[in-house]
Ligand binder design. Structure first.
Ligand code: FES
Length: 259
């Protein structure tokens, strides 16, 4: 898999030649989309189940990332799972991510299934210039929302080291810490953030904040090159962190104290 960002929007009509999957490629191009479909599909099913479950999301100092920040856990004014109150933030950020767009357009919409593989004949191709896909442009705004969630998740990770009897380290503390580190790397490697730092500029040294922006842009470039890696690692870590808290909370697993 290679991270080449989102499919480009085209406004002109394009006529596809050949049916779905027709190509002159001779390699096993479909191998690339199978793990994406399994991983993204599996995560989607698990996350949906957990978001609606509404229990087993906290134990001791641990809080599942699917439920953070925790709003109205006592159900004073919201009858349903607290996770549903905050779902739109992380879901919107992931769903509009340039890398994930490429991944799920290929794996689930087969549009196209891979580079140089036909998605089938059609009259016109409008890319992301019309509803609903034009909403993908909201990604830059979801980035700001993601930073708010990161702040809460860092707070949760720090709190996971403070047990009723004082400072300590449990396996869950390390799981939540690893998760927020990976989520931070995923967010800092975002294409929109890189653009925010260094985009819309022809000359770094010609503006007052140019040198600062240049330094930020150079630093973010290194992370941005690994965005796909961080996207997958953080997706898996969120799922595993929630699973760990769920199992400990449900009494299916005993948290091991290391300190
Ligand atoms: Fe993937 Fe922004 S491009 S999080």
């Amino acid at each position: 898999m290679t991270d080449v960002g989102a499919p480009m929007a085209k406004s002109s009509a394009v006529v596809q030649i050949g049916g779905l999957g027709s190509t002159q490629r001779r390699d096993a191009w479909w191998v690339e989309i199978v793990p994406v479909a399994i991983l993204l599909g599996g995560f989607g099913i698990y996350a949906t189940f957990r978001a609606f479950e509404g229990k087993f999301y906290a134990w001791g100092p641990y809080l599942s990332p699917f439920y953070s920040p925790l709003i109205d856990p006592m159900h004073h004014w919201w009858r349903f799972s607290p996770a549903l109150l905050i779902l739109a933030g992380p879901l919107g950020f992931r769903a509009t991510c340039y890398y994930y767009r490429k991944a799920y357009y290929r794996a689930f919409f087969l549009d196209p299934p891979a580079c140089a593989v036909s998605e089938g004949g059609r009259e016109a191709y409008r890319g992301e210039t019309r509803f609903p896909f034009i909403l993908q442009n909201l990604h830059r705004w979801f980035l700001y929302v993601a930073f708010i969630f990161l702040a809460f998740l860092w707070w949760d990770a720090i709190r996971a080291f403070f047990f009723p009897e004082g400072f300590g380290i449990g396996v869950g503390s390390l799981v939540l810490l690893a998760n927020i580190v990976l989520l931070t790397l995923y967010t800092l490697s975002c294409h929109s953030l890189r653009h925010l730092a260094g985009g819309k500029l022809d000359c770094f040294s010609c503006t007052s904040f140019g040198p600062t922006r240049y330094t930020a842009w150079r630093s973010l470039n290194g992370l941005n090159a690994r965005h796909m890696l961080f996207a997958w690692m953080s997706l898996i870590s969120v799922g595993l962190a929630d699973l760990y808290v769920r199992m400990v909370s449900a009494g299916l697993l005993k948290d091991i104290r290391l300190l």
